[in-house]
Ligand binder design. Structure first.
Ligand code: TXA
Ligand code: MG
Length: 327
């Protein structure tokens, strides 16, 4: 694919130029603290359709709308007390809320749903760009549909470089996993639709009530969050999941890659890697998608991946690894 995309540094001049492009309906790939997004004017039907076309994304998979200030929430969604509480506690940051939508958001953005997913990102360049554009920005992850999400500008260019013109470089994403999605359409029955860096416990504590766990992919979740199909975030190389990996098994399977959560003791061959030297989960989250991409490109027969155990961020990591393994 011919690479026509240009990578921009976040200078004031570039930000002004990219904001003008967004206002004119063009798409700009943007850095966020979770993963890179492919942004377009959320209030423009044409821009939203361009996002679906560039990603090869099915029309029934709604977009997340990004705002820069709490004042803009009521422009796109009908907030309730629970939503305002979560906004005050976790925004700007990796939390997305599903709420009833307003007429400012076209059906093209929300796959005809009467609700909208809203997030206020914390990445300073993206926030500045939303402010300069003066419109809320719809942005799914900036990857061809179904592939591993991008956490660097180079990842975006590799996947979409032939289909988009502008990529804003804001360095590697600091969280590394897509935002936590909370369904707050009915504030009395909050539910996690996608686990992320903000955990179910944290959301429950902030709301002062229990929060339902994310439904298993493929089941009821398909109805509520249409984009959450099981086959998502998948490298081309088959991924095999393990509750525990052993260095011995890795030593026998030289044609395969072995991805541990933490660094195994001793000297390791090149087909053995790890998400974080000490198994720190924040570090593992930051590294996961880049690691899957690198192993995918290295031409191994299979990728054996170890699942982090426990609650919180480990849940989000298991979710992404399970999706990477399903086909
Ligand atoms: O961290 C993130 O959320 C990143 C960055 C770019 O902000 N964005 C992201 O977008 O992950 P995407 O398109 O890859 O995932 C959006 C998902 C959809 O697949 C769908 O499951 C859910 O959000 N969603 C969007 N609108 C919804 C709605 N109205 N009701 C339920 N789920 C919705
Ligand atoms: Mg995505």
């Amino acid at each position: 694919m011919a690479q026509t995309a240009r990578i921009y540094r976040g200078t004031p001049r570039n930000l002004a130029l990219l904001a003008a492009r967004l206002r004119a309906g063009a798409l700009v790939a943007v850095p966020t603290e979770t993963v890179y997004g492919l942004a377009g004017d959320a209030t423009s039907r044409a821009a939203c359709l361009r996002i679906f076309a560039a990603k090869g994304r099915p029309a029934n998979d709604p977009l997340i709308v990004h705002i820069a200030g709490l004042r803009d929430l009521a422009r796109v969604a009908v907030p309730n007390e629970a939503a305002l509480r979560l906004a005050r506690r976790f925004w700007p940051g990796p939390l997305t809320m599903v709420l009833p939508k307003t007429g400012a958001v076209p059906d093209e953005a929300t796959a005809n749903l009467p609700s909208v997913a809203v997030r206020m990102p914390s990445h300073p360049l993206f926030r500045r760009l939303i402010r300069l554009a003066g419109v809320p920005l719809a942005a799914p992850s900036a990857n061809p549909f179904g592939y591993v999400s991008p956490t660097t500008a180079a990842h975006v260019r590799k996947g979409l470089g032939g289909r988009i013109r502008h990529i804003l470089d804001g360095g590697p994403s600091s969280v590394g996993l897509e935002s936590t999605i909370v369904d707050l359409r009915d504030p009395a029955r909050p539910a996690i639709l996608r686990p992320g860096a903000i955990t179910r416990d944290e959301v429950a504590r902030a709301l002062g009530r229990p929060v339902a766990k994310s439904r298993a992919p493929g089941g009821a979740r398909l109805v509520v969050a249409p984009g959450q199909m099981a086959r998502h975030y998948s490298p081309r190389t088959p991924v095999v999941l393990h509750e525990k990996l052993s260095a011995k098994a890795a030593a026998r399977g030289r044609a395969d890659a072995w991805l541990f959560v933490s660094r195994p003791a001793g000297k390791q061959p090149p087909n053995v890697s790890w998400l974080d030297p000490r198994g720190n989960l924040q570090g593992a989250a930051r590294r996961l998608f880049a690691a899957l991409r690198e192993l995918d490109e290295a031409g191994y027969r299979r990728i054996h991946a170890e699942l982090p155990m426990g609650a919180g961020l480990a849940e989000a990591l298991r979710d992404r690894l399970s999706r990477a393994a399903s086909r």
